[in-house]
Design a protein around this ligand. Structure first.
Ligand SMILES: Cc1ncc(COP(=O)(O)O)c(C=O)c1O
Length: 445
């Protein structure tokens, strides 16, 4: 017997730590099944999912379920036995990456991947310090809270080995799209951080960044940024870690990895992957160069991860890659993403509240402001739109330092009709705000 929604909530409040938060905390949704880009609540009501980038190829995709069940029925062990799945999977992933990224470590979550990346960087460089971007989030382990300004600012603060560079946000950051070469300007800001660190006698082990900062507000790096940063970081003896936990596996459409948007002459030294990799199954990974992996091996300590890279996880990972290819989900991300962005851009000519529409593929942000000149974040308006979209049975959430960016990272099977429906609903809500003259960022929502 299923619990009533009220009972589920009451028991959850009692049994589950309250810092494990719910979407729509004042009126949570109970989801009991899902398919493709649709979620269904306990009454069978359908919700359109615009944010589950984990269920990359679609919720409960039959090919993934079938691959998991088949391997589950046959064998699941740890990586201390030889098995073909881990090899086949590593080979398939290697084919999507530049040749120098050739050694894989399989783990269970984005946090584990980033924690291992940090260890690899520090072991290889024999240096300690890390540069991260403002507002970044890299995971929930203590090591990652330390390198996540989004978290440490609310907790114990910044450790002496962690340094923060400005978020290369060309919409509201210090260097904007209308000035010449913002990519170089933001990279030079990283160089300034390196100089300050070195002037204190400290040394950089790594520059850590998401290839498209998501918690930071769906930010797209300006052209030339990563190449220049890598140059500066390398000359300081450090390495470049690209966190692709949110953005990998073709979400940007044109490329398999978001770091590839920075051009063919850019290659990170480590890439971490997670969320979409197992379509909801806990599967994550670190890939690096033979040289960095060699330094890690040379410390003589075994790296053992009980569940990482087991035959079931790898069978699922392989099935995800197959579905991306067979259903041309990258092609879909290009087509639907471009049209969705275009539709949202059209709305911005109707509503002053829309400050910016940005994104690539199915990674899109709609930034709301109360004043276009001042770019004042319209945080309450964004929260109001999320709430109203829920009434339209559309699941969306916000991101960015001021929570004023509506983020869209739907399963990759998101359709043109889905994009049209979401745009129409946002249009209706914004029209309502306009006609009723609601000043949500002054009034209480
Ligand atoms: C960019 C990024 N890196 C790492 C993580 C941590 O991944 P996980 O929650 O799987 O540990 C997250 C999770 O939200 C993330 O967004």
């Amino acid at each position: 017997m299923e619990l009533t929604k009220e009972n589920t909530l009451a028991l959850r409040n009692k049994l589950i730590g309250q810092s494990v938060r719910l979407f729509y905390s004042d009126s949570p949704v109970k989801i009991t099944r899902a398919r493709g880009q649709y979620l269904f609540d306990e009454n069978g009501t359908e919700y359109l999912d615009c944010i589950s980038n984990v269920q990359h190829v679609g919720h409960c995709h039959p090919s993934i379920t079938e691959a998991a069940a088949r391997q589950m029925d046959l064998l699941n062990t740890n990586t201390r036995f030889l098995h073909d799945n881990i090899i086949t999977y590593a080979e398939r992933l290697a084919a999507t990456l530049p040749a120098k990224l050739s050694v894989f470590y399989f783990v269970n979550s984005g946090s584990e991947a980033n924690d291992l990346a940090l260890r690899l960087a520090q072991q290889y460089t024999q240096q300690e310090d890390v540069i991260v971007l403002d507002h970044a989030y890299h995971g929930h382990l203590m090591s990652l809270i330390d390198i996540s300004p989004y978290k440490f600012r609310k907790l114990t603060g910044q450790k002496e080995w962690v340094h923060v560079a400005p978020l290369p946000d060309t919409y509201r950051g210090v260097y904007r799209a209308d000035q010449s070469n913002p990519g170089k300007a933001y990279a030079d800001a990283v160089k300034d951080v390196i100089d300050q660190v070195q002037s204190k006698g400290r040394k950089i082990a790594a520059f850590f960044a998401e290839s498209l900062p998501s918690v930071g507000g769906q930010i797209i790096f300006p052209e030339g940024y990563s190449v220049k940063v890598a140059e500066y970081v390398h000359s300081a003896g450090g390495i470049f870690v690209a966190d692709e936990v949110q953005t990998g596996f073709g979400r940007v459409g044109t490329h398999f990895w978001a770091f590839q948007l920075q051009g063919e002459n850019f290659c990170p030294d480590i890439v971490t992957m997670g969320k979409p990799m197992g379509n909801g199954h806990p599967l994550a990974c670190v890939v690096t160069t033979a040289e960095i992996a060699g330094a890690f091996t040379a410390n003589g300590v075994e790296y053992f991860n009980t569940f990482g890279g087991n035959p079931v996880s790898c069978a699922i990972g392989l099935a995800v890659l197959d579905v991306i290819e067979k259903e041309d989900l990258r092609g879909n991300a290009i087509k639907v993403g471009a049209m969705f962005k275009h539709l949202l851009q059209q709305l911005s000519s109707k509503y002053e509240l829309i400050g910016d529409v940005r994104g690539v593929g199915l990674f899109i942000g709609l930034e709301l402001v109360t004043d276009r000149e001042l770019k004042t974040p319209a945080t309450h308006t964004a929260a109001y739109i999320v709430k109203r979209l829920k009434e339209d049975h559309i699941v969306v959430s916000t991101d960015g330092p001021w929570d004023n960016v509506l983020k869209f990272k739907p399963p990759m099977c998101f359709s043109m009709d889905n994009a049209k429906r979401v745009t129409q609903c946002i249009d209706n809500i914004l029209a309502d705000i306009k006609t009723k003259n609601l000043e949500l960022d002054r009034d209480d929502v």
